[in-house]
Design a binder for this molecule. Structure first.
Ligand code: SF4
Length: 264
């Protein structure tokens, strides 16, 4: 999306046009966590090749610090914590650890920049995602892409996207707690491999998974939370904005906060 299209899009949403985003830092900033293992050269996803070594995560300055407590990793298989991208994708593709595998067309692993400074976490694949094997396609995906573009971001350049569960819940329902727990080691490993500067939870199920608390999104917005040393912003799922377009202003406010945090 070019600038004119972005402006047109935002005007269609009834939103103000965001000024040009500040220059993105050339490298990730100071570390608070140990460096991660190098990802492999081969990658199964449509994204740039992984970097040979990653700087550790930077903890952003919190305007409203959230409690430091983070949920303990629920590793279904300790080996998953050591897998590289290719092996992790293969493990997910063959997974039958929860009942969601029974009705899936295919697993939906993730997409985007494997070393992106921004990582979005959604809830689970929908019908189109199940058919195409990619998260956030269809109308909600298009809205998400447009929102990212409005802050100068894209899933192909600097943002990685994954879901709490990798198989479609029937009827597009939210993932159940046991399903999220069964799939948790995969998401934990994806986050560790990406090493994002900022995590964004899209919707209540993603927030519950990352923060370990079942609190309404409306009460989690506007704060900086923590997932194992990485800051987390919570916002509504794009599908929510499609259902309630009057609330798109809230999404835009969250986007501006995300942009500001990434620019620090
Ligand atoms: S949702 Fe996750 S844990 Fe369940 S079968 Fe799919 S990949 Fe395995």
């Amino acid at each position: 999306m070019d600038a004119a299209q972005r402006d047109e899009y935002l005007e269609l949403l009834g939103l103000e046009v965001c000024p040009a985003a500040p220059a993105k830092p050339a490298a990730k900033a100071a570390a608070v966590a140990p460096a991660k293992p190098s990802p492999p050269a081969a990658a199964p996803l449509a994204s740039p090749a992984p970097e040979p070594a990653k700087p550790a995560r930077r903890k952003l300055t919190a305007e409203q610090p959230a409690p430091a407590a983070a949920p303990a990793p629920k590793l279904a298989d300790a080996d998953i914590a050591n897998l590289d991208w290719q092996a992790l994708a293969a493990k997910v593709a063959a997974c039958t650890a929860c009942g969601l595998h029974q009705r899936r067309t295919q697993t939906v692993f993730g997409v985007g920049a494997q070393s992106g400074s921004l990582m979005l976490v959604g809830e689970g694949p929908g019908e189109q995602e199940d058919l195409l094997g990619e998260p956030f396609v269809g109308a909600a995906g298009q809205l998400l892409d447009n929102m990212l573009a409005a802050i100068g971001r894209s899933r192909s350049a600097d943002t990685y996207i994954a879901n709490v569960v990798k198989c479609r819940p029937p009827g597009n329902r939210k993932p159940q707690e046991d399903e999220a727990a069964a799939c948790s080691a995969y998401l934990d490993r994806q986050i560790a491999l990406v090493g994002p500067k900022l995590l964004v939870a899209l919707g209540g199920a993603a927030a519950a998974r990352l923060l370990g608390q079942d609190t309404p999104v409306g009460k989690l917005r506007g704060q900086i939370h923590d997932y194992q040393g990485t800051p987390v912003i919570v916002t509504y799922h794009p599908a929510y904005y499609l259902r309630k377009p009057a609330d798109k202003r809230k999404g835009w406010d969250d986007l501006k906060r995300i942009r500001a945090l990434l620019a620090e």
